[in-house]
Design a binder for this molecule. Structure first.
Ligand code: FAD
Ligand code: AMP
Length: 479
């Protein structure tokens, strides 16, 4: 095997492995360098997302939701269960099986597409040279016409709560608890904190979420975030806003946390503490002194709209670069870069990247919030309808939440869609499609939606933007 490739990808997460497969599909001799060793001690593809992120967290969210339903909601359906019990070990084994199936699937796709998986670390040097240090064996210098940096991100650490992965854990440790903590603290009310807090709360933990900022989910449309906060609080998450953690002291089996809020300093003791204060680009060891790529002020690798770095032929994608740290954004950037290399016309529409929080109900959004549009000063209209008016939602016992559209008053274009409710992660795709096709709200109003379906609330919300909703009483605003 020669050491010259058309494309070398460093990092085999959703950005990197997709970029490698797409490059190979386009006929390029492609290698992907990935150093990850999984918890079974084996080399693994799939990155954060498949190994310690999206997939294992969703497996635990689904298991814990089933438990929660068996505990309460089943009775509403007339289903009686005997004494309920939880086998955390079995739950974790199921999660691990899902992860192994998916990461093994990526390895098979590499084989099928003839992508060479180099197991070890990669470092970019000048002139598109890459130093490859195998997990076992000697360092080699490889050359490539194109290099794609896809090394992803790692959890942010904060001095007041040093992670030991036993009592104080990051998101990876929080996916591995072998028992349900009685009292669980979570630092950070972002997506990861809320999802992991929900898992253990459903299984019986008393969960307190400490969030430094005094607004709940500041990036989410306010009407949705206000409603979500109420629902999550009702479910048992004690969300303390404006509460900044300043210190912690570990004991043998617990940790005492100090935080400050507007009333002063407080202390609380937890059996376990999850630190979920964000993620940062993982550039350690990735770039040699002479690599030549520029970092921005937040240490992301600087790229243009098509993920080109300042070095011709070197690209960077996913969590390493600006934009939301989401797997689907990394995936689409991976596809785009492979196609840019092939000289194809291609792009990622950064205005239509959906965001999802997999709580219950789920929160999902795409495009602009009402607050953003209001601030722009442009005239807009809103269509918002609750799931409580939807037959399918009621039949399923899922009446909480709403669908909301933000629409340009002058052009009738959909500017944003926001959902709090059952299957929000699936429903939001209707907003993505609408925005990608430049749909007017009238286009959505004129479509036929299957009955009964949750999607009918999308339809009703579109109708509501022009005071035409049938299943909710609407009074026209006085102009
Ligand atoms: P990564 O997935 O981080 O992959 C990068 C890979 O590069 C890693 O495997 C690393 O080992 C490897 N690497 C790094 N440096 C080198 C080197 N020098 N040499 C060789 N290999 C290297 N996103 C969603 O969209 N939906 C979700 O539901 C979701 N849930 C999440 C839940 C949790 C708990 C966490 C932590 C994250 C979640 N995310 C979710 C975010 C998502 O995981 C990331 O956005 C995504 O994984 C980024 O993909 P990436 O390819 O850029 O990097
Ligand atoms: P995200 O980046 O969306 O995962 O959210 C992380 C959250 O953690 C942000 O909302 C931060 O405000 C919050 N955060 C960061 N540091 C602290 C701290 N010391 N105490 C409490 N919350 C924090």
């Amino acid at each position: 095997m020669s050491d010259k490739y058309d494309v070398i990808v460093i990092g085999g997460g959703p950005g990197g492995y997709v970029a490698a497969i797409r490059a190979a599909q386009l006929g390029y001799k492609t290698a992907c360098i990935e150093k990850r060793i999984n918890k079974q001690g084996k080399p693994a593809l799939g990155g954060t997302c498949l190994n310690v992120g999206c997939i294992p967290s969703k497996a635990l969210l689904d298991s814990s939701w089933k438990y929660h339903e068996a505990e309460g909601a089943f009775a509403d359906h007339g289903i009686k269960v005997g004494k309920l019990d939880i086998d955390v070990k079995a739950m974790q084994e199921r999660k691990d099986k899902v992860v192994l199936q998916l990461t093994g699937g990526v390895a098979s796709l590499f084989q099928a597409n003839k992508v060479t998986w180099l197991q070890g670390s990669g470092q970019l040097k000048a002139n598109k040279q890459v130093v490859f240090t195998p997990n076992e064996g000697d360092e080699q210098t490889l050359e490539a016409d194109n290099v794609i940096l896809a090394a992803g991100s790692v959890p942010v650490e904060i001095p007041p709560a040093e992670v030991d992965q036993k009592i104080i854990v990051d998101s990876t440790g929080a996916l591995e608890f072998d028992a349900v903590p009685k009292k669980l603290g979570v630092i950070g009310a972002g997506i990861i904190g809320l999802e992991l807090g929900s898992v253990w709360s459903r299984l019986g933990s008393e969960v307190t979420v400490l969030e430094a900022v005094d607004t709940f989910l500041p990036a989410v449309d306010k009407q949705i975030s206000k409603e979500a906060q109420k629902l999550f609080t009702k479910q048992g998450l004690d969300i303390k806003l404006g509460a900044r953690v300043t210190a912690s002291k570990k004991n043998k089996n617990s940790v005492r946390v100090t935080y400050t809020d507007k009333d002063g300093e407080h202390e609380e003791t937890f059996d376990r503490l999850i630190v979920a204060v964000g993620r940062r680009p993982y550039t350690e060891g990735l770039l040699s002194q002479d690599a030549g790529v520029t970092l921005d002020e937040r240490n992301f690798i600087y790229v243009d709209n098509q993920c080109r770095t300042d070095v011709p032929g070197v690209y960077a994608i996913g969590d390493l670069v600006r934009g939301p740290a989401l797997a689907h954004k990394a995936i689409e950037e991976g596809v785009m870069v492979a196609e840019v290399i092939a000289g194809e016309h291609t792009q990622v529409n950064y205005d239509a990247v959906p965001g999802v929080i997999y709580t219950h109900p789920e929160v999902a959004w795409v495009g602009k919030t009402e607050e953003e549009v209001k601030e722009s000063g442009e005239p807009y209209k809103i269509g918002a309808v609750p799931f409580a008016a939807n037959g399918r939602a009621l039949a399923a016992g899922e009446p909480a939440g709403l669908v909301k559209f933000v629409v340009d008053e002058k052009t009738d274009r959909v500017l944003g869609m926001h959902v709090l409710g059952p299957q929000a992660s699936e429903l939001i795709q209707q907003g993505v499609v609408a925005m990608e096709f430049g749909a007017s709200i009238e286009d959505l109003q004129l479509m036929v939606f299957g009955h009964p379906s949750l999607s009918e609330t999308v339809h009703e919300a579109a109708l509501a933007a022009d005071y035409k909703a049938i299943h909710v009483a609407q009074r026209r605003r006085k102009k």
